[in-house]
Write a protein that binds this ligand. Structure first.
Ligand code: BG6
Length: 493
């Protein structure tokens, strides 16, 4: 088996994801010369379009949806590797066409290229596709590897996710399945592990002994766009918390992995997700805030009576020795004031302050918590708030904010998450993909939330989200640290 070839077969190849993410990622991989020598891409779709129309559509997508630099010469080179195959992927007999195309250049009459199947279609088709591939002998043969990439949503609760998983694992083994959570490909999320384990100023204090609370926010400025139907059936809890926010939490709070290979990191993450304290009907209302932006019910594809949440703020706990008693606040929402993703780690205030020792100081009330801020997007970087003495004033402190802005450094252009994730699939590294046990624990956690008990509060479009989300944290004598960021971003406007 060689690693010099790869044929990527995209199901759903005329859709948004292909145009906005997959083709731009392939473009960047070609530009950086990362693709295997023998690389081909087969776009499967039902539309009756020519090769040329398909290629033009993809090229237009790059220019329309991304700001990556491209030119006709480079695109021609990529376009030569792309083939559009018109077929109905729900029909078993149609797969003959795919099989024959894959055999085309192969004199031995056996598929020799490694195969990456990318399912950018609705999950209801997953079972049929894997079965049809199997029935048509496409994934047989010992001469090549087969890897299956699956987009979310992976189910809508634990039971449906399990059913889906059973369908896929009848044909593919766990190590051949790459469940994408594109947040895991984001630069600063990968950096969390490095920041924590490679710095002795953080790792020893990464526990309830020194950490007061953790906050994770992913806010979006845009509404639901044209995805009304999907979104109205899903909501922010399942669209964002179940996947991206829980994955960020797992990486931030996991125990130290035995080593840093793909299994041990995912073991540590799975264990953390298993240790999340489940909700009960009694504490749903108190610890979870749902919101819906004004005007949501008028969006295309949304029911006029919809109670669907477009915003969630929640307080969760982890039941293990390291995190006992430390609240984790999560917030996500659409149509908010700013697009922002960050993790804030708030440390406990020092007990042994100068104030306790020398009476002339009146520091205690001025002392702020140290906060480590991991900025995921749009700005990538790290911030640290520390207390220092105010110049010339003996008994006054002020907060010094140290900031490392990765994206502000000229010449640094972080590749999109999909670039790294596709390369991972080609290389067979599934560290940054969600394993079934992680997924099953996160669904169990989400299933413990009973939406019926949670009121959905209205909030203004492009606003801060419902007041209740602020009340929830203020009642705990804490504040959302990301607000500092929003205020600062506004100053810069
Ligand atoms: C997707 C969600 O997984 O992530 C979308 O389905 C959301 O609703 C998107 O908008 C956010 O991704 P990013 O990378 O723009 O923060």
């Amino acid at each position: 088996m060689d690693n010099l070839s790869c044929t990527m077969i995209i199901f759903g190849s005329t859709g948004d994801l292909t145009k906005r993410k997959l083709i731009p990622a392939i473009h960047e991989l070609e530009k950086g010369k990362y693709l295997p020598n023998k690389f081909k891409l087969i776009g499967i779709g039902r539309r009756n379009i020519s090769q040329e129309e398909y290629s033009n559509m993809l090229y237009k997508g790059i220019k329309e949806y991304t700001n990556i630099e491209t030119n006709q010469k480079l695109w021609n080179k990529i376009s030569e590797k792309i083939y559009y195959l018109k077929m109905d992927f729900t029909k078993l007999s149609e797969y003959k066409k795919l099989y024959e195309y894959l055999l085309e250049d192969n004199k031995s009459k056996e598929i020799s290229s490694n195969l990456m199947f990318y399912l950018a279609v609705s999950p209801e088709y997953f079972g049929a596709i894997v079965n049809n591939l199997k029935e048509n002998n496409i994934i047989d043969g010992n001469n090549h590897w087969n890897r299956m990439v699956i987009e979310k949503p992976f189910g809508k609760d634990f039971e449906s996710a399990k059913k889906l998983n059973n369908e896929i694992t009848k044909v593919f083994k766990e190590n051949q399945i790459f469940r994408i959570d594109h947040y895991l490909g984001k630069e600063m999320i990968q950096n969390i592990t490095m920041l924590r384990f490679e710095n002795s100023i953080f790792e020893p204090i990464w526990s309830n002994k020194y950490i007061e609370n953790i906050q994770i926010i992913v806010s979006e400025k845009e509404g639901i766009g044209l995805r009304g139907e999907y979104y109205d059936n899903t909501g922010a809890l399942k669209d964002m918390i179940q996947s991206h926010l829980l994955q960020i939490l797992a990486i931030t709070a996991m125990e130290s992995p035995e080593n840093f290979n793909m299994d041990s990191i995912r073991n540590a993450k799975a264990k953390l997700l298993e240790d999340l304290v489940l909700f009960t009907d009694d504490n749903n209302e108190e610890n979870i805030v749902f919101g819906q932006y004004e005007g949501y019910k008028d969006e295309k594809g949304v029911s006029k009576h919809s109670n669907r949440e477009t915003f969630v703020a929640m307080k969760v706990f982890i039941e293990n020795e390291r995190w006992q008693g430390v609240p984790i606040y999560l917030m996500t929402g659409k149509n908010l004031k700013e697009k922002l993703a960050q993790v804030n780690i708030e440390f406990k205030k020092p007990k042994n302050t100068i104030n306790n020792k020398i009476n002339i100081f009146d520091l205690e009330k001025n002392i702020q918590s140290n906060v480590l801020e991991i900025m995921i997007q749009p700005q990538e970087g790290i911030g640290l708030k520390i207390n220092i003495k105010k110049p010339t004033k003996m008994n006054k402190t002020e907060v010094a904010e140290m900031e490392y802005c990765r994206t502000c450094l000229s010449g640094l252009n972080t590749p999109d998450a999909y670039v790294k994730l596709l390369l991972d699939v080609i290389e067979g590294d599934s560290t940054r993909f969600t394993r079934w046990d992680e997924l099953s624990h996160s669904w169990r956690f989400i299933d413990s939330i009973n939406g019926e008990f949670i009121k959905t509060h209205k909030y203004k479009a492009e606003g801060l989200g419902p007041d209740k989300a602020y009340k929830m944290i203020n009642e705990d004598n804490r504040k959302w640290w990301f607000l500092d960021k929003w205020e600062k971003t506004n100053e810069n406007i």
